[in-house]
Design a protein around this ligand. Structure first.
Ligand code: PEP
Ligand code: MG
Length: 559
């Protein structure tokens, strides 16, 4: 039995085999084959497997995001079996004696170049598709799973860290828990784990060894310990803990349908954060009052090229319809920093977190923003939509974003396309600049949602991705809390609501503080809704407000 220690970032106990996440290797093997017929058959088998995989993906996409999304994979299926493509591969294998991996890569490149040279935008875009299917077939040929989990049973997934684009493509039904050597508590792997309600441990460093693959592991997301080959006594102890946690979850279920009201009658809305349309399921299961943050950039991360208006429309419509009239706050894409996407072709930056990201990209690339806003407003006809913009620092940015919304509404009216007249527009407060000028910003929008992950990072000048900064990244720092208080006050003075959608919203140590500040909404991972409701219902705000606010603003506060 070996115990390794990391930092628990999503509570719960999981037991299962350890499995290392595999990235597709870039090194392509190129050699001459002796038996060309056998090589050709090897290609045909891989092609058939790719078509099968794409069929499964199409079905998954149809359920999760609608017909338009499924079509993408169906098109890929057809392209896999395209005659010109297949003939080119056959020529490379049978005439030149090239191995199948190299033949597929070369044929894919030739066809991609031909598409890229076409005038028609639709065909130009197919270049990326050909590269994608070639990559898939080469992956199958070389036995490298393209960032997937090739295990018949669910696993505890181990990796150095996962990029958001990698996490988004994982088959979630195969994951019992996450263990990463790097990462940080506010990284998107941690956020995803909390949304899925599965245990996650980060920062275990070099103790996480590939030789442990396949061994039974118990991951305790509460204490941060990972036990490899647990002995009987340890297994029994942790299984008892797991049963206890599950029992507590069952007990919390009694709070479903109960209001989020303190003992002395103060209400607060508890909403949920999601990244994909299918995340609505845990939101409803956990009785979330609405969606306070839909990270729309995950739709972009899921695609190989800019998602079309239709694709996005279907996804937003699905979330709004599934939420059945409850409020859904969709954040316009927050691309950049840790969420880089190849097809955006963004130049490399020295300081990406301070660079071209989120609303800045939208204002610099109006055509990309326009497509998203059209999809959003069209979807607004199907539920109660609010839109919010991330990474604001100045009033003019908000005014420009609002103008872009007005233009989209004019267009849709002219085209006779229905949309709701009651879409609220809000902003995320996640930079110190926005917090400090929140009095001015409040005059421009219908609501504020405080992104405490970034607000902490920018206020404390501490990279949220860097686990080594540990104790310096202190989201309880008075500088952060005072900014939150200021923002809530400015919102209320101007008659708008103010919530928190960063991870701090679920921190039960701060619930009394947030209630004392009068925050109107906390948006948290679905699993956090009921524990937070319990905490709210146990609190008497009048009994703690003066003390907590006094301490926070006192010049005696320890810094
Ligand atoms: C935040 O910064 O707090 C936030 C909610 O946005 P994200 O974590 O996606 O950057
Ligand atoms: Mg943020």
């Amino acid at each position: 039995m070996i115990t390794i220690q990391g930092k628990g970032v999503s509570a719960g106990v999981a037991i299962g085999p350890l499995y290392f996440y595999r990235r597709a290797r870039n090194t392509l093997r190129r050699y001459e084959v002796e038996d060309r017929e056998a090589e050709w058959n090897r290609f045909k088998d891989a092609q058939a497997k790719a078509v099968e995989q794409l069929g499964e993906l199409a079905e998954k996409a149809r359920i999760e995001a609608g017909d338009e999304a499924a079509m993408l994979f169906e098109t890929h299926q057809m392209m896999c079996e395209d005659m010109d493509y297949e003939e080119a591969i056959e020529g490379f294998i049978k005439e030149s004696g090239l191995n199948a991996e190299a033949a597929v890569t070369d044929a894919g490149l030739i066809q991609a170049e031909a598409f890229a040279a076409m005038d028609d935008d639709y065909f130009k875009a197919r270049a990326a598709d050909v590269k994608d299917i070639s990559g898939r077939i080469v992956g199958i040929l070389s036995g490298v799973v393209q960032g997937g989990i090739d295990s018949p049973v669910p696993v505890i997934l181990a990796s150095d860290d996962l990029a958001p684009s990698e996490t988004v493509q994982l088959d979630k039904s195969k994951i019992l828990g996450f263990v990463t050597s790097g990462g940080s508590g506010s990284s998107h792997t941690a956020i995803l784990a909390r949304t899925m309600g599965i245990p996650a441990i980060i920062g275990v460093g070099e103790q996480l060894k590939e030789e442990y693959e396949g061994r039974t592991v118990i991951a305790d997301g509460g204490t941060g310990s990972v036990i490899v080959n647990p002995d009987e006594a340890t297994t029994a102890k942790l299984m008892a803990k797991r049963a206890e946690l599950l029992k507590r979850q069952e007990l919390l279920k009694q709070l479903k349908g109960q209001p989020n009201v303190t003992k002395d009658g103060q209400s607060i809305r508890i909403y949920c954060n999601i990244g994909n349309p299918e995340d609505v399921i845990p939101v409803l299961e956990n009785d979330g009052g609405g969606i306070g943050l839909f990270r729309s950039e995950f739709l972009y991360l899921n695609c190989d090229d800019f998602p079309t208006e239709e694709y996005q429309f279907e996804a937003y419509k699905k979330v709004l319809s599934d939420m059945g009239g409850k409020e859904v706050v969709i954040r316009t894409m927050d691309i950049g920093a840790d969420k880089m996407i190849g097809y955006f072709n963004l130049p490399k930056e020295e300081n990406p977190a301070l660079g071209n990201r989120a609303l800045r990209i939208c204002l610099n690339r109006p055509e990309v923003f326009h497509t998203q806003l059209r999809a959003l407003f069209r979807a607004s006809a199907y539920g109660r939509l609010s839109i919010m913009f991330p990474m604001v620092t100045s009033v003019w940015e908000v005014q420009e974003a609002k103008k872009a919304c007005e233009q989209v509404k004019r267009e849709l009216t002219e085209e006779g396309i229905p949309f709701s007249d009651e879409v609220d527009l809000g902003i995320m407060i996640e930079t110190p600049a926005a917090a400090v000028i929140s009095d001015r910003l409040a005059k421009e929008v219908d609501f504020f949602s405080i992104g405490t992950n970034d607000l902490t990072q920018y206020t404390l000048a501490c990279d949220r991705q860097n686990n080594d900064l540990g104790r310096f990244f202190n989201a309880h720092h008075p500088a952060v809390l005072r900014l939150i208080k200021l923002v809530a006050e400015n919102a209320h003075k101007n008659g708008i609501w103010c919530g928190i959608c960063g991870e701090l919203g679920a921190d039960l140590e701060l619930t009394e503080t947030f209630l004392s500040m009068g925050l109107d909404e906390l948006s948290v991972s679905p699993r956090s809704v009921l524990p937070l409701r319990q905490k709210v219902r146990e609190t008497e705000v009048a009994a703690c407000r003066e003390r907590l606010m006094g301490e926070l603003m006192s010049d005696q506060i320890s810094l």
